[in-house]
Write a protein that binds this ligand. Structure first.
Ligand SMILES: Cc1cc2nc3c(=O)[nH]c(=O)nc-3n(C[C@H](O)[C@H](O)[C@H](O)COP(=O)(O)OP(=O)(O)OC[C@H]3O[C@@H](n4cnc5c(N)ncnc54)[C@H](O)[C@@H]3O)c2cc1C
Length: 411
């Protein structure tokens, strides 16, 4: 079954890249997933395959040596990777976001001519790092406070100094910790009265003085992301470290909200994988299992029908999201986006739970992938800035209030 439903609707590039991801996923990532999950190790081997296949530079513009994929193409390829290894797809998202945010998203935003010229110089360096050298970027923005939810300025500060900035702070859940070559750190310009508008997005070299990775990593799911804590202590970075001009992250978050929706394709892939597994299991086609078919029981057929309905509902809303991404979406598009993100994250877990109930006890043994899908799927709704709760929060408020409305004004 194709991750995008009917592939006839896809462009030639989309079909080709999804096929590359499917082959890598089936032949390389899926067979390695259990070990990375068990040992909570970063899948360097998968990244080497992604590098060789050109997928590290998927969203680097073509004129800078990349594949120039757009939002829709990226999310479908990401879902196909998530189908085979959720942790690889999720951490790859952090990497790809660095070129997507500094690439076509930044292009869609307002900048002064000087900012745009400066941005062109800086991103050329970072996109060349990815496209020509195969380097890996990550995206630590979470700090454990209200900043990652978009409710307060980042506590990590960048103090302007001659030639660049001195960066200090702490990032939690820094996926690719110890694996990335550059950490794409979200921080606040250190100046009196700084607000969220004074955001900065800086590429900090992993080898810079003052950078360290601390703490252990033994979570429920997504264990191969190795999301340990990143400490930045008086780290100097030059001006060219700017992945976006000063303040532009704030504009991007406000005007291109689909930039955060790149977290859900991984979970679309996991939902598909839970369904794929269930069908194979009931047909007695799972390698290593005794050839006992279970598909003839009406209860199994109803359960699979229920799963297929949920899966197609999820896919439809996922594809709608892929088509909708643009700068300055109207309010309805924004609300569809929250609804889609919530649905994909929650349905992935619901499908994995149904898969276990339907297949039964033997299916959840550690020797099979289903229990990993179940654990990985639970992590989706926890991802800031759009956890399941915060999607509900935004939807509920925006369904009932028009922009600028207050209760006193409408009573
Ligand atoms: C596998 C995995 C990989 C991750 N990788 C990365 C990464 O690469 N980079 C990165 O930056 N982060 C990453 N994260 C972190 C993630 O995005 C969240 O920041 C983290 O899970 C939040 O932790 P918390 O639930 O303790 O947050 P808390 O801030 O304690 O929030 C708890 C819950 O309260 C709610 N909440 C929080 N703030 C508000 C508010 N202001 N108003 C209303 N409700 C609120 C939310 O629903 C949230 O789920 C990763 C997380 C996981 C699980």
């Amino acid at each position: 079954m194709h991750i995008a439903g009917n592939p006839a609707h896809l462009t030639a590039q989309q079909r080709e890249l999804i096929e590359i991801a499917a082959t890598l996923g089936r032949e390389k990532f899926a067979p390695r997933a259990a070990q990375h999950d068990r040992d909570a190790t970063f899948p360097f081997d998968n990244y080497q395959d992604l590098r060789e296949a050109g997928l590290l530079k998927i969203c680097v513009p073509k004129d800078l040596g990349g594949l120039g994929a757009d939002f829709a193409t990226y999310v479908m390829v990401a879902a196909e990777i998530g189908r085979h290894c959720g942790a690889t797809a999720l951490s790859w998202n952090m990497h790809v976001s660095s070129s997507m945010w500094s690439g076509f998203i930044a292009d869609a935003l307002d900048m002064t001519p000087e900012q745009r010229a400066d941005h062109a110089i800086n991103r050329r360096i970072h996109h060349a790092n990815i496209a020509d050298k195969g380097l890996v970027y990550s995206q630590p923005f979470s700090e454990g406070g209200a900043a990652a939810a978009g409710k307060a300025p980042f506590g990590t500060l960048a103090r302007p100094v001659d030639g660049g900035y001195i960066v200090s702070g702490k990032k939690i859940f820094a996926s690719l910790a110890g694996a990335a070559d550059f950490y794409g750190v979200l921080c606040t310009l250190d100046k009196p009265g700084a607000t969220q508008r004074d955001s900065l997005y800086l590429a900090v070299p992993a080898t810079a003085d003052g950078v360290s990775v601390v703490g252990d990593w033994d979570p429920l799911g997504m264990r191969g992301t190795v999301s340990r804590t990143l400490l930045l202590h008086d780290v100097f970075v030059p001006h060219t470290a700017r992945l976006m001009p000063e303040g532009l992250y704030w504009q991007a978050a406000a005007r291109f909200p689909h930039m955060f929706a790149t977290l859900s394709p991984t979970y679309m892939g996991i939902a598909q994988a839970a369904y794929d597994f269930t069908v194979a299991y009931l047909r007695a086609e799972v390698p290593g299992m005794p050839p006992v078919k279970r598909r003839m029981y009406p209860t199994k057929q109803i359960a699979v029908a229920d799963m297929r309905i949920k899966l197609e509902q999820t896919r439809s809303i996922f594809l709608q999201n892929a088509r909708d991404a643009q700068v300055d979406p109207d309010k309805d598009t924004r609300m569809r986006l929250y609804a889609a993100h919530f649905t994909i994250m929650e349905n992935a877990n619901a499908l994995a739970a149904l898969a276990i109930r339907t297949c039964g006890g033997q299916s959840m043994l550690k020797s099979l992938p289903l229990e990993r899908l179940y654990r990985d799927s639970r992590c989706g709704s926890l991802m800031l800035p759009w956890t399941a709760e915060l999607c509900m929060d935004r939807l509920g408020r925006e369904c009932l209030y028009e922009s600028g409305e207050r209760d006193e004004a409408i009573e």
